[in-house]
Design a protein. Sequence first.
Length: 385
Amino acid sequence: MNIKRIHIIQLLLFITTLITTSLSGAEWMFGRPFDLPFFKIENPLGWEHFWQGFQFSIPFLGILTVHEFGHYFAAKKHKVRVTLPFYIPLWLGFGQTIGTLGAFIRIKEFIRSRQKYFDIGIAGPLAGFVVAVGVLWYGFANLPTLDYIFKIHPEYKKFGMGFARVVYANQNMSGNILLGDNLLFSFFKNYVADPTRLPPPQEIIHYPLILAGYLALFFTSLNLIPIGQLDGGHVLYGLIGGKKFKIVAPVLFFIFITYAGLGVYHPEEFAIADDEIFWQKVGYLGLYILFLQICFSRISESNSLTSWMLALLSVTVQLGISLAFPQAEGYSGFLVFGFLLGRILGVYHPPTDDAKPLNLTRQILGWISLIIFVLCFSPKPFVVL
């Protein structure tokens, strides 16, 4: 495949992703889907709504693009052969998506330097984070008046500006999606936004700049998880070196998986179940343990018993915490990412021939990036009512 053909494919993927994210952005803004063949949709969205979806797609793809080009230019600086970004469009036409599965650059050679891995890994999240903060700051500092909600929910208008007290008390809000707080998002809501214009939590997904910025923080936090070949894995590997990373990474992964599955099963569910339901729950628990074993299977590929032991230990810890603290819950949505990380991407980092420690400037940037991870990470990023 020649270079010109690759560039055409990359451009087409970007244009397609711009379209799909605009479609998704409009659906988030107005709370209903577009009209599609074979679907009977009441009051569907049309072309005039599609163009408004650019209010979401442009800032969101802008942040994503800055992130990827952060990696790209860092690779170029180190003379590492790398491609321009490939964007992955995704719009199903039903259900709520964000219009994309992200983007990636392809490194076309082995990297044998701890410092190069660090520089390329950290450049993307730092660059994207700066733009995301700017988007969120502008979005929260320039909130429209609350009658903006009446464009999405004209039926609320009859209740006036106090609609929240009436609507959420009397309506079934099941199916609504709330954005979970993280430290940075809470700061913007509490110290940047005009409290008279701040929408109720149930409506904030309809604000395109805020949704774009929040999603950017969410994906930044996932990228900065200090495990495997994620950006955060490259950073932590650079900071502590290969020997320590081989110890720390599986421990962090075990904590991540155990937190994600916390609350999936509660001991009292087995105690109060009749015989038929009891054995049904035992069967589901067995499948869950098998799932965890698959997630842990690459931690020690030479000894399959290790993955089973880790799976059983994780479930034991989860059940023990649930017994001591019945209200404690993790976020089961992370289990999918845990499977991807544990089974496909891997928990460990590729070794490097050049293992020289980082200089002081890079060490400071590395610890700053881990602080950014803490600021962006939400224990429950999306809550479905």
